[in-house]
Each structure stands twice: as structure tokens, then as C-alpha cells.
Design a protein around this ligand. Structure first.
Ligand code: HEM
Length: 132
């Protein structure tokens, strides 16, 4: 008999981050604006030329909701599979993070909370950046 697996978010999610982002509705609003900015950003828009923005917004909302301790379940691909063969380098990754910061500023998310979210996302660079 084995114990049930711990939820993935248990230790990683800082207390209160999900609430600070405005819960699921706030995260959905943030991801809506974020993806709208991403697909216009000259540094990375080419990566998204065949992407359906609405589907990506929904995936990201679930992912961030779960990651920050909310009651959501992200059921998309793991980050390595999702970004395989995209030739993503460090500059692309940093550009996307900058766009996310701009979107968080626009939603008036406090700087300390912005940094908490970025700290949760930063380790994903290992799976996403495939070009050194
Ligand atoms: C921490 C950084 C990142 C996170 C958390 C993230 C997260 C995600 C998620 C959750 C998906 C959806 C996967 C699915 O639904 O199965 C996705 C897809 C995608 N990501 Fe990222 N990503 C990041 C960085 C990047 C970067 C730097 C690029 C390129 C500049 C990128 C380009 C894409 C593209 C093109 C897709 C595919 C969308 C489609 O299915 O058409 N991502 N990402």
C-alpha cells in the first residue's frame, strides 16, 4: 500500500500568491493580456505564428493557477515536450519574461508578488531553452 502522491504545488507555492494574482479570474485576465502582448513582440512572435491564442491562454491560466496554489489542474504537455524543436534560446526566454513583467505591471500586481511568480517559473528554463 502506497501513500497518495503529494500535490505538485504543495511546497513550491508561496502562501497568498494565488490570492494576490486575483485568483483564477485575475490569472485569466493576466494571461489574456500577456498572450496578446507575446504574439506582437518582435523578439518572439515568430514562435507563436501557428498558435491559437485562446487555447494557449487557457493552458497558461490552468498552469499558473495550479502552480500558485489555486484549485486548478493543468493537463497540458510537460514543459520539455511543449517546447521541443522550437529553438528557444536564453534571449527568447528573457524576452518572454519581460513581456510577463509588463503584463503584471499593467494588472498592478505588486512587485514582490511578481517576483514570487517569476521565481516559480524561472527553473523551467532548463526544460524550455534548447539552444545555448
Ligand atoms: C517560463 C516560461 C514559459 C512557460 C511557463 C511556458 C508555458 C507554456 C505552456 C503551459 C504551454 C501550453 C502547452 C500545452 O497546452 O500543452 C506553452 C506552449 C508554447 N510555448 Fe511556452 N512557456 C514558457 C516559455 C516559452 C518561450 C520562451 C517560448 C518562445 C519564445 C514559448 C513558446 C511556446 C509556444 C510556441 C507554445 C505552443 C503553443 C501551441 O500549441 O501552438 N514558451 N508554453
Amino acid at each position: 500500500q502506497t501513500a497518495p502522491a503529494a500535490p505538485q504545488t504543495s511546497s513550491a507555492a508561496p502562501a497568498g500568491l494565488y490570492q494576490a494574482l486575483g485568483e483564477k479570474a485575475g490569472i485569466a485576465r493576466l494571461m489574456d493580456d500577456f498572450v496578446n502582448r507575446v504574439v506582437q513582440d518582435a523578439r518572439i512572435r515568430d514562435h507563436f505564428k501557428d498558435t491559437k491564442p485562446q487555447a494557449l491562454k487557457e493552458s497558461l491560466t490552468d498552469q499558473i493557477c495550479e502552480l500558485t496554489g489555486g484549485p486548478c489542474k493543468y493537463e497540458g504537455a510537460d514543459m520539455k515536450s511543449a517546447h521541443a524543436d522550437m529553438q528557444i534560446n536564453k534571449a527568447h526566454f528573457n524576452a518572454l519574461v519581460e513581456v510577463l513583467q509588463a503584463a503584471m505591471d499593467a494588472q498592478r500586481i505588486p512587485f514582490a508578488q511578481q517576483n514570487r511568480l517569476l521565481a516559480l517559473l524561472a527553473p523551467m528554463h532548463r526544460d524550455i531553452i534548447t539552444v545555448r
